[in-house]
Design a protein around this ligand. Structure first.
Ligand code: APR
Length: 182
């Protein structure tokens, strides 16, 4: 199950799967601001990557909502993990779209700043943090498209969606915005 579009020199792809198995240069974690670990994709990444990642997170100490930090990938195939902190969703009127956009944007900046070419994202904030999936997909995809327009550093930005439903929502939004003024 996969879909892709090319924007400038970057392939944007959607797949259904488990992000811990990705072989991109970096994978992004949906973390919390204490970088303390948790359930969902965060728990899966720390389990698969081993305790070294948490040790690095402890040294970093934390990360504000709407931003991201980078560690190594421990035992993962990906060489790096970017820990992005999305917002807890209240009603959409408490800065949630801006914070979600910031989490994606800072992750993309860290990818480029570290000389990496390929990165995989989960659907940040749409699990425990309760962000409605279609709205989150719109923010995520628009932010990525806007970022890769007019630059050439990134070869691949992949979204790894954990369920068929999430994959379909992202696909619908991508189809809707990729042809237009995203
Ligand atoms: N691969 C890809 N996606 C996954 C995986 C996986 N292995 N496991 C879970 N997901 C999906 C979930 O289905 C959801 O769609 O990741 C999405 C994000 O959900 P959460 O992991 O709950 O992340 P988020 O909503 O951002 O909440 C973050 O949850 O566990 C805590 O420490 C984390 O406090 C933080 C909060």
């Amino acid at each position: 199950m996969s879909v892709e579009v090319k924007v400038n020199s970057t392939v944007i792809s959607l797949v259904k799967g488990d992000i811990t198995l990705e072989e991109t240069d970096a994978i992004v974690n949906a973390a919390n601001s204490r970088l303390a670990g948790g359930g969902g994709v965060d728990g899966a990444i720390h389990r698969a990557g081993g305790p070294g990642i948490m040790e690095e997170c402890r040294k970093i100490g934390g990360c504000s909502t709407g931003s991201a930090v980078i560690t190594t990938g421990g035992r993962l195939k990906a060489r790096h993990v970017i820990h992005a902190v999305g917002p807890v969703y209240r009603d959409g009127n408490h800065g949630e779209p801006e914070a979600l956009k910031g989490a994606y944007r800072r992750s993309l900046e860290l990818t480029v700043e570290n000389g990496l070419k390929t990165v995989a994202f989960p659907s940040i904030s749409t699990g425990a943090y309760g962000y409605p999936i279609a709205e989150a997909a719109r923010v995520a995809l628009k932010t990525v498209i806007e970022f890769v327009r007019g630059r050439k550093e990134l070869e691949l930005v992949r979204f790894v969606l954990f369920s068929e439903g999430d994959f379909n929502r992202y696909r619908e939004v991508l189809e809707e915005i990729s042809g237009k003024n995203a």
